[in-house]
Design a protein around this ligand. Structure first.
Ligand code: NAP
Length: 460
């Protein structure tokens, strides 16, 4: 192949490695395929299974949201696309090696760990992160062995975003409403034995600042045999919060506030479980001798201008007795050796999607999705986000060292030399079919394999 062929022509296609096969990665691939150039995409994932958060994060009772993967499947079937599952970048292949085999590398590796509260007692047994719980009920291999003791009466979820809503809903739902979803069987068995009666979802600010989207909050009021509970007094908003819900920027807050008002005016609770919305409280300590017995919650007031109000401690506090805690206060990315990391924000530092080291742009390295902008937005938010990164990448083509690259073949050679067992997209389709077949017996859309060994065994 002549190296003088223009980069992006059929004889010298643009070769892009995408690290991560979740929404950010697939929308980057889609944007590249829509560009008016010849391109080959090699997508790597540390798991043998693609789709990232759509498989391992979206709640099992939200099958509609999972349908995003139909779009990703169509992209993956494109002849110019190759999947490299079960390959860990930074271990099995280095980032510089990828930059040698490809013209550009897009990191779309998401935000895989939780932010920390940084308070005493955070590491007590029975204090868990949302990541662990979500990964566990979704059958993610990293979290398969986690143990959640639901033999207590009260659980506390810290945070009032959509992840907290997922955690609270899965804890509160009757198990019958989950058993025909793709929830992992091990989780179903534990949830079936749950003795939880009271689930508290605690926010550091008020009902006008809760981060739930409206559909997700509405669902929390519609769980069978579970009553939403909140103290009517918190609905007396301060003038700044009132201004927020009356402003057009506060549309979601206004709708959410209406739902909270509805919850507060419901007749006395009669269900098997209660879902409490606690506002204006910050956890300052998790207490217990050897195991968790309660959360110390400091009372807050709001201070600041509308839309910029922060929680400020009033000096009062209480202990909320509980047997299990889930911390759901946002996610962070995980560093990859050889890639700069912004430790404060938990993202890869970048300018318009181009990775930077201090003030210097790192040619050939890009970011998309949560590792670029932090853990915000819904799945669809990643489409314009990845599109913007790809736009920059395409603009950079004239400045790229344009010689032909070994691409996926070169990568495959490196992996073979190292004895790395790569999982192809065809392999994944076999794993997928086996999961669907396992699910049939239980009237579930699929029964996921929850260890990498089981997945690879399907291929042997
Ligand atoms: P999030 O929406 O940012 O919510 C984080 C929550 O944690 C907020 O209530 C925040 O309060 C609170 N928090 C942060 N730091 C805290 C601290 N130190 N002490 C106490 N509370 C603290 O994040 P998320 O729930 O992890 O969700 C991540 C993204 O995924 C969001 O964009 C979400 O919409 C999306 N998602 C969507 C769905 C869906 O569409 N069904 C499902 C799951 C997730 P403040 O507001 O005061 O900071």
């Amino acid at each position: 192949m002549g190296t003088r062929e223009a980069l992006g022509s059929e004889r010298n296609p643009l070769r892009v490695a995408i690290v991560g096969s979740g929404p950010g990665g697939f929308y980057a691939a889609q944007a590249l395929f829509r560009a008016d150039i010849a391109v080959r995409i090699d997508m790597l994932d540390r798991l043998p299974t693609p789709f990232g958060l759509v498989r391992g994060g979206v709640a099992p009772d939200h099958p509609k949201i999972k349908e995003a993967s139909l779009v990703y499947e169509a992209i993956a079937e494109t002849p110019e696309f190759t999947f490299f599952g079960n390959v860990t970048v930074g271990r099995d292949v280095g980032v510089e090696e990828l930059r040698n085999t490809h013209h550009a590398v897009i990191f779309a590796c998401g935000a895989e760990v939780d932010r920390e509260l940084g308070i005493p007692g955070e590491d007590l047994p029975a204090s868990h992160t949302a990541t662990e719980f979500v990964g566990w009920y979704n059958g993610h291999p990293d979290y398969r062995e986690r143990v959640f003791d639901l033999s207590c009466e009260t659980a506390v979820v810290i945070g009032q975003g959509n992840v907290a809503a997922d955690v609270a809903r899965i804890l509160a739902m009757p198990v019958d409403d989950l058993k025909h979803t793709d929830i992992a069987e091990h989780a179903l068995l534990v949830l079936a034995e749950s003795r939880l009666r009271e689930i508290h979802v605690v926010g550091r600010r008020g009902p006008a600042q809760a981060k739930f989207t409206t559909a997700e909050l509405r669902e929390l009021g519609e769980i069978a045999e579970c009553d939403p509970v909140l103290d009517e007094a918190v609905l007396a908003l301060n003038p700044e919060s009132r201004a927020e819900v009356e402003d057009k920027r506060g549309k979601v807050a206004a709708k959410n506030f209406g739902l909270f008002e509805g919850f507060a005016s419901r007749p006395a609770a009669t269900g098997r479980r209660r879902l409490h919305f606690d506002f204006l409280e910050s956890p300052t300590e998790l207490v217990g001798k050897g195991r968790l017995e309660g959360v110390v919650l400091a009372r807050n007031r709001l201070r600041g201008e509308p839309f910029a109000q922060v929680a400020e401690a009033t000096g009062e506090s209480r202990v909320l007795p509980c047997g299990i805690v889930f911390r759901s206060i946002g996610y962070r990315g995980v560093p990859i050796p050889g890639v700069p990391f912004d430790d404060r924000r938990g993202i890869f530092p970048h300018r318009d999607g181009r990775l930077v080291d201090g003030d210097d742009i790192l040619p050939g390295f890009y970011a998309a999705g949560w590792i670029k902008r932090g853990p915000s937005g819904i799945i669809g938010t990643n489409k314009p986000d990845a599109g913007a990164t790809v736009k920059g990448l395409l603009e950079d083509i004239p400045h790229m060292v344009g010689g032909a690259r070994a691409g996926g073949e070169g990568l495959q050679k490196l992996l073979a030399e190292r004895g790395v067992r790569r999982v192809s997209y065809g392999d994944w389709r076999k794993i997928d079919a086996a999961e669907v077949a396992r699910g049939k017996a239980r009237a579930k859309p699929r029964e996921k394999f929850t260890t990498i060994e089981e997945m690879l065994a399907v291929l042997d």
